[in-house]
Design a binder for this molecule. Structure first.
Ligand SMILES: [Zn+2]
Length: 374
């Protein structure tokens, strides 16, 4: 991970580079700040910079043998500790048992939160923790002779999730540092870390990503129009993660809206071939999406009905939905509104009961062909 790949945060980057050049490298540092601002990528880029064999004025070279291993997050003197879930049956008990998943996940996107990580490792309802057993691993790794790097680095993501006995052992190690070992703790909620650890770390506060940097990334790497990028950057409040979530919500919205329009047009035209196609498409999007789509349809039908009453303050529609409503809303009226809502709710129940989804949606469209002409 290079500094240049991290969004914004120029001030922190400059500070990390400057202190590294001055040789001021505290052996325990705590990167703290809100979720989604790039703390973990900054810690990794800093570790890479400390070990780069040919660093430039403000970044690692990206090409030396240390950088190549760092690019793959697979340097023998780089260690990671992070919350996991124990899976006894699969013999997954410590972080190293998840290291492949961890590397792949970061390489996909270095901006993520705990629930996304837990979802990725299929934690289901289990909470992610750094278990007591991990402390033995930490001690073992630190007792290893340094292989080839200038600094042995241990990055601990979310130390606030550490089991108490593990935290106490870590404290002892931090109190008696071994040569050239650097601990980088990365925390969303530093107040939940035991105070004795907090007080032994050099604290680096990381604030939100500046708006201009988010706008630049969204319109460059994500191809958003400058207007959308500006809006999303504003809503994200400095969290790039939140910006990413807004984009995917937008995509879901567009997807559902297009399906809704297709479904209503085909039903209105009584185009059985098209109805079948839509039934097949909806049958393939997965049960959770099917339920969300039916909830979306109920919301739309309700909003279009209300918009006939000309009560503007009660209507919550996006621009594309409102435009479609100008011509469509007269088709939702007091004669069919209850029928529409009943049929959509019935379809939702059938999906929950695992009835064949293609049949459910085909049937629903046929019902709509009748309702829409009332
Ligand atoms: Zn390098």
């Amino acid at each position: 991970m290079l500094f240049k790949d991290i969004i914004g945060q120029q001030e922190i980057k400059d500070r990390l580079v400057r202190t590294a050049k001055e040789g001021f490298i505290p052996h325990a540092q705590l990167f703290c700040g809100p979720e989604g601002v790039g703390k973990l990528p900054l810690a990794i880029a800093y570790a890479q910079y400390l070990n780069c064999e040919d660093p430039s004025e403000n970044d690692s070279c990206g090409r030396c043998s240390s950088c190549i291993k760092y690019n793959n997050l697979a340097h023998p003197d780089l260690h990671f500790v992070f919350p996991i879930v124990k899976k006894a049956a699969k013999k997954k008990e410590v972080c190293d048992d998840y290291i492949t998943e961890w590397r792949d996940f970061i390489k996909t996107s270095a901006y993520f939160n705990l629930s996304q990580w837990l979802e990725y490792i299929e934690a289901e309802n289990s909470q992610g923790l750094i278990y007591a057993k991990e402390s033995e691993e930490i001690i073992r790794k630190l007792s290893l002779r340094i292989y080839e790097a200038k600094y042995k680095i241990m990055i601990i993501w979310l130390p606030e999730k550490m089991h108490e006995s593990c935290a106490n052992k870590l404290l002892k190690i931090i109190e008696e540092p071994t040569d050239n070992t650097v601990f980088l703790l990365v925390s969303d909620t530093p107040d939940n870390i035991i105070t004795t650890i907090q007080s032994r770390c050099q604290r680096i506060n990381i604030h939100g990503v500046d708006k201009a940097a988010i706008i630049q990334t969204l319109s460059g790497d994500y191809n958003l129009s400058s207007e959308d990028a500006e809006n999303i950057a504003h809503l994200s409040n400095g969290s790039f993660l939140k910006a990413l979530e807004t984009i995917s919500l937008n995509e879901e919205h567009k997807f559902f809206f297009n399906l809704f329009v297709q479904m209503m047009r085909a039903s209105y035209a009584r185009n059985i071939k098209e109805i079948k196609t839509i039934g097949n498409e909806l049958g393939g999007i997965g049960r959770e999406n099917q339920k969300s789509f039916l909830a979306y349809c109920q919301k739309m039908v309700r909003e279009y009905f209300v918009s006939n009453l000309k009560q503007a303050e009660m209507i919550y529609l996006a621009q594309d939905e409102a435009n479609f409503g100008i011509r469509f809303s007269p088709f939702i009226n007091e004669k069919n509104i209850i029928g529409f809502m009943d049929e959509l709710a019935l379809a939702e129940r059938h999906i929950e009961q695992n009835v064949n989804a293609k049949m459910v949606f085909f049937d629903l469209c046929l019902k709509i062909t009748m309702l829409i002409k009332q």
